[in-house]
Design a protein around this ligand. Structure first.
Ligand code: LLP
Length: 412
């Protein structure tokens, strides 16, 4: 949905320079067709099966995107009370909301129980005890799924690997049966599922399937003890192409999951984040200065690590392309922002034919980009724009500097 037409990069039918002209830079631009297409891939792979796609909204939580996905019938995977409030504001059906995360507060549990969400993904014995107490105080029962940690290596970046013993996530695999027994004896809890998320941006599905097999073994042995589960939640994790990777095929992976689950009476839940939104967005930025040097040439742009922290945090690669033709020769640049840190780069050693004032698009910036942005250096967050065919709509206003300190107080 992002392609060159007559030498100028477009989002669907809208030239990116028209968006920069209308809304300024830096600016996130999303393609509605790309978002809907990615969701349709999951939903058509689920057709004919008892399954629910719960978008992991941490990947991009703009209300317009949540609204779009809610309209397709999708549910949501949330990790905070803030995300629950957003999902509800966007019109999500609470009965399709799953609450993940290792540190749910009692207040968040209460809010989620009041909202009548589908289920809590519980990550520790202590959380189970707290959830039972909160439910008890409200005279309600909480539906729980236990997140198991299968000790499987996702073979992805260590910061986004979650399924190894040394990670903080989930219940140790060998300890899970005992916790299921404990939970099933608690009258305030209804044990409904099992979940597992071993990491993000996986480029191969073998670790996901290895974890699935371990889960299915556990599901069967629990069933043998009379602890029957209604659903199996496979988490998220499918990677996307940032550079030249060959990410897993959604339909093939889901097909393999359904095949391995076989005749078991289990609803399947999926929590994809990146693979729904990652390649549906770009970060549009303008070159402020070109700064040639003996060791490096720099293209100083108006977006920075506060807008997109992935390169600084994970040394992540995002393709960077010139939006139009500057009519100059190519050179190699480090694309850097105005923030006062040497880690403030969007890409290093990129071949670009550009001059001052040119627009660049930082590709694959739909996931874990805007939502991880900050106000470091008192930089307002970028605007966000949704393109739909020939139409463009502002879906988040650019922050204003006054807004950045509106919650602060001078000393009395
Ligand atoms: N479910 C759970 C419980 C998760 O923790 C996550 C992501 C997902 C689902 C969605 O995973 P996905 O399909 O997007 O791989 N900031 C990092 C990624 C952090 C992922 C955190 N958890 C990045 O920029 O690469």
């Amino acid at each position: 949905m992002f392609e060159f037409r007559n030498g100028s990069l477009h989002a669907e039918s809208v030239p990116l320079d028209a968006i920069a002209h209308e809304f300024g830079t830096p600016c996130y631009v999303y393609s509605r067709a790309a978002l809907e297409g990615a969701m349709a891939q999951y939903q058509s792979a689920c057709a004919g099966h008892d399954a629910l796609v719960c978008y992991a909204m941490k990947a991009n939580s703009n209300l317009a995107i949540l609204d779009l996905f809610a309209r397709t019938g999708a549910g949501f995977d949330i990790v905070s009370g803030g995300e629950l409030a957003r999902a509800i504001a966007a019109g999500a059906d609470p009965r399709k909301i799953i609450f993940s995360g290792v540190g749910k507060s009692a207040a968040e549990m209460r809010y989620a129980l009041q909202s009548d969400i589908l289920c809590f993904n519980v990550e520790s014995a202590a959380e189970l005890t707290r959830l039972a107490a909160v439910a008890d105080s409200m005279g309600r029962r909480a539906a729980v799924s236990i997140r198991v940690n299968p000790d499987v290596d996702a073979r992805t970046h260590p910061y986004i690997s979650t399924g190894l013993k040394e990670n903080k996530f989930g219940i140790e695999f060998d300890a899970a049966p005992e916790l299921y027994r404990t939970a099933s004896r608690m009258p305030q809890l209804e044990v409904v599922g099992m979940d597992c998320h071993i990491g993000s941006n996986l480029i191969e599905t073998a670790p996901l399937l290895e974890a699935l097999d371990k889960m299915l073994g556990l599901v069967d042995s629990l069933a043998g003890e009379g602890i029957g589960l209604r659903h199996l939640d496979r988490g998220g994790g499918l990677g996307i192409r940032y550079r030249d990777e060959t990410p897993p095929d959604v339909a093939a992976y889901l097909g393999e999951v359904f095949a391995r689950v076989g005749a078991r009476k289990l609803k399947l839940v999926f929590e994809p984040g990146r693979s729904l939104v990652g390649n549906a967005g770009v970060l549009l930025t303008r070159i402020e200065y070109l700064k040639p040097g003996a060791a490096r040439n720099f293209a100083v742009v108006d977006a920075a690590m506060n807008n997109l922290i992935r390169p600084a945090l994970y040394e992540a690669w995002h393709d960077i392309v010139a939006v139009g033709d500057s009519g100059v020769a190519q050179a190699v640049y480090d694309v850097v922002g105005p923030v006062c840190e040497s880690g403030d780069f969007l890409g290093k050693e990129r071949e670009l034919a550009v001059k001052e004032g040119a627009l660049l698009a930082v590709m694959s910036a739909g996931a874990y980009a805007m939502c991880m942005s900050s106000n470091y250096n008192s930089r307002p967050r970028a605007a966000e724009v949704m393109v739909d065919g020939e139409k463009m709509q502002l879906i988040r206003e650019r922050e204003r500097p006054e807004g950045l300190f509106a919650l602060e107080h001078l000393l009395r």
